[in-house]
Design a protein around this ligand. Structure first.
Ligand code: PLP
Length: 470
C-alpha cells in the first residue's frame, strides 16, 4: 500500500492537543498592509499520534547506507563513521566564520595543509587545492587549468578526449570549460581502444580524461603506453579520481603518468552524500601545473600554515570562501583514523567484496566482461525475463538500494550494452551482509524466472533480515 498523504489522513474533528500560546496572537493587530484570515484555511485534521506516525513513516521511506546496503556502482556509498560527523561539529571549526580574518583561522589552515599533503601522497601529485565543492567542480577546475596552461604558451588546443565509459560529468565539464569533446571508443575487453586513440591524438587535443580502474570496474593495464602516447602528442592526461576505492595505497595516478586529478572525498573518504548532499572535490596536480591551481592553496611558512597570497597565474577562486570545511574535516578524520595501512586494506577489501559478489551472482547475472574486476562489477541482465529496471525496483522492496542501471530508460553506457547493472558493494559490507544480498538476488531472480510480475509498487514490507554475527 502506498503511504497516504497527510491530506488523506484527514478526519473531521480529529485534533492534537497543543498548549495554548500564552500571548494569543489574536490580541496583537496584524502589521499594516496584512489582513488576518478569519476563516479556516483547510489544514487536514489529524490526531497527534497519526501526525507523528505519518512523518516517522515518511522518514523511513528514505534509503541510506545506515539502513541497508547501497551498492550504487561508481558512487562508493560506504559506511561513514559517526566520529567524523562529531569532528565536523567541533565548535572551533563549525563556528568559524568564512569572513574571519585569515590569521584567526589557524586551525582550519593547519588541517588544510595536512589534508592537501595526504591527497598529494595518495594520488602521487605535488600540489593541491581543496576548495572545489564536488567532483564535477574539480573536473571543471582541472580543465580551466589545462586551458590556462596552453593559452599561456599561445597554443590553440580546443579539443578534449573522453572514453565512452566516462562518467557523464567528464564531457559536461569539458564543454563548460569551452572545449569540444570527442569520444574514444572502448575495445572488446572494455579498455580504451588504443589504435583509435592514437588516430584521435591530433595537435588540437589539449587533454585526455580517464578513470583507472574505469567505470566498468576494469583496470587499464596499458596505462603507461597510453600516457606516453598522450604526452608525445603534447597533450595532458587528466585522472577522474572520483572513486579511488580500488587503488588507495596500491597504485597512484601520478605514477601511472597522469598530470592532474580530482578526488571525491565524499565518495572515498567518508561523508554521507546520497541525494546530492554537500561534498568536496579537491584537485591535485604535478609541479608543472601547480601555479594554475585555484585558491586557497595553503602553504607552511615559518612553521605556520597559511593561504598563499602570491599566485598570479592561478585560475582564481572556484568556490566561495574556502570550500566545504566540514566535509574536508571528515575526510581528514577518516584518513588519520585509517592510516596508510588501513587505506590499503580498505581498497583490498573493496576489490575482494566486488569479486565475491561478481562470482556468486554470475549464474543469474553474468559479468559483461568475464574477468576479475576491481572495486565494482558490471553484470549483464540478459538472462532476465523482465528487465534490470523491474529487478532493481524489487530490490527496494527487500531493503537494498538499486545498483547503477544500464539500459532503456536508465543511465547511458557505452557501446550496444542493452541491460546491465553496475554493482559496487564497498569494503564496509561484511561477508554475512554480502551473502544475505546474494540470497535476495536469488529470490528475485526466481520470481523473474517464474514470470511473476515483479511489481515494484507492491510493497511486501519484507525488509532485509537483520544481520547477526558481525
Ligand atoms: C561521482 C562521479 C563524478 C562526479 O562527482 P560529483 O561529486 O557527483 O560531481 C565524476 N566521475 C566519476 C567516475 C564519478 O563516479
Amino acid at each position: 500500500m502506498p503511504t497516504p498523504s497527510i491530506a488523506e489522513l484527514h478526519r473531521p474533528g480529529a485534533a492534537s492537543n497543543v498548549l495554548a500560546d500564552s500571548a494569543p496572537a489574536a490580541a496583537m493587530p496584524p502589521p499594516p498592509g496584512f489582513a488576518r484570515l478569519r476563516s479556516c484555511i483547510g489544514l487536514p485534521q489529524v490526531s497527534e499520534v497519526d501526525v507523528v506516525r505519518h512523518f516517522t513513516r515518511l522518514s523511513q521511506e528514505s534509503h541510506g547506507v545506515d539502513n541497508g546496503p547501497y551498492p550504487l556502482g561508481s558512487c562508493t556509498m560506504k559506511y561513514n563513521p559517526k566520529r567524523n560527523d562529531e569532528l565536523a561539529r567541533l565548535p572551533g571549526f563549525a563556528c568559524a566564520h568564512p569572513m574571519q580574518d585569515a590569521d584567526t583561522l589557524g586551525g582550519v589552515w593547519e588541517m588544510y595543509e595536512r589534508l592537501q599533503a595526504m591527497v598529494c601522497e595518495i594520488t602521487g601529485m605535488d600540489a593541491c587545492c581543496l576548495a572545489p565543492a564536488a567532483g564535477a567542480q574539480g573536473e571543471f577546475a582541472g580543465l580551466l587549468m589545462i586551458r590556462r596552461h596552453f593559452a599561456r604558451f599561445g597554443v590553440h588546443r580546443p579539443v578534449v578526449l573522453v572514453p565512452d565509459s566516462a562518467h557523464g560529468t567528464n564531457p559536461a565539464s569539458a564543454a563548460m570549460a569551452g572545449f569540444a569533446c570527442r569520444i574514444v571508443p572502448s575495445d572488446a575487453k572494455g579498455r580504451v581502444d588504443r589504435q583509435l586513440l592514437r588516430a584521435m591524438l591530433t595537435p588540437e587535443v589539449a587533454a585526455f580524461m580517464l578513470t583507472n580502474p574505469s567505470t566498468l570496474g576494469l583496470f587499464e593495464d596499458q596505462i603507461v603506453e597510453i600516457a606516453d602516447a598522450v604526452h608525445a602528442n603534447g597533450s595532458l592526461l587528466y585522472y577522474d579520481g572520483a572513486n579511488l576505492n580500488a587503488l588507495m595505497g596500491i597504485v597512484r595516478p601520478g605514477d601511472m603518468g597522469f598530470d592532474l586529478v580530482h578526488v571525491n572525498v565524499h565518495k572515498t573518504f567518508s561523508t554521507p552524500h546520497g541525494g546530492g548532499g554537500p561534498g568536496a572535490g579537491p584537485v591535485a596536480v604535478k609541479a608543472a601545473l601547480a601555479q594554475y591551481l585555484p585558491g586557497p592553496v595553503v602553504v607552511r611558512r615559518s612553521g605556520l600554515a597559511q593561504p598563499d597570497g602570491d599566485r598570479p597565474l592561478s585560475i582564481g577562486r572556484i568556490k566561495a570562501f574556502h570550500g566545504h570545511v566540514g566535509v574536508l574535516l571528515r575526510a581528514y578524520g577518516y584518513l588519520r583514523t585509517m592510516g596508510a595501512r588501513g587505506l590499503r586494506q580498505a581498497s583490498e577489501n573493496a576489490v575482494l567484496n566486488a569479486n565475491y559478489l561478481q562470482h556468486r551472482l554470475a549464474p543469474m547475472l553474468p559479468p559483461v566482461y568475464a574477468q576479475l574486476c576491481k572495486h565494482e562489477t558490471l553484470l549483464s541482465g540478459a538472462k532476465l525475463k523482465t528487465s534490470v529496471r523491474q529487478f532493481a525496483k524489487r530490490l527496494i522492496d527487500y531493503g537494498i538500494h538499486p545498483p547503477t542501471l544500464v539500459g532503456a530508460g536508465c543511465v547511458y553506457f557505452p557501446g550496444d550494452l542493452k541491460s546491465a547493472m553496475l554493482i559496487e558493494p564497498t569494503e564496509t559490507e561484511t561477508k554475512a551482509s554480502l551473502d544475505c544480498q546474494v540470497d535476495i538476488f536469488q529470490r528475485i531472480f526466481n520470481e523473474d524466472a517464474m514470470d511473476e510480475t515483479l511489481d515494484g509498487g507492491a510493497r511486501l514490507g519484507r525488509k532485509m533480515a537483520r544481520i547477526d554475527g558481525n
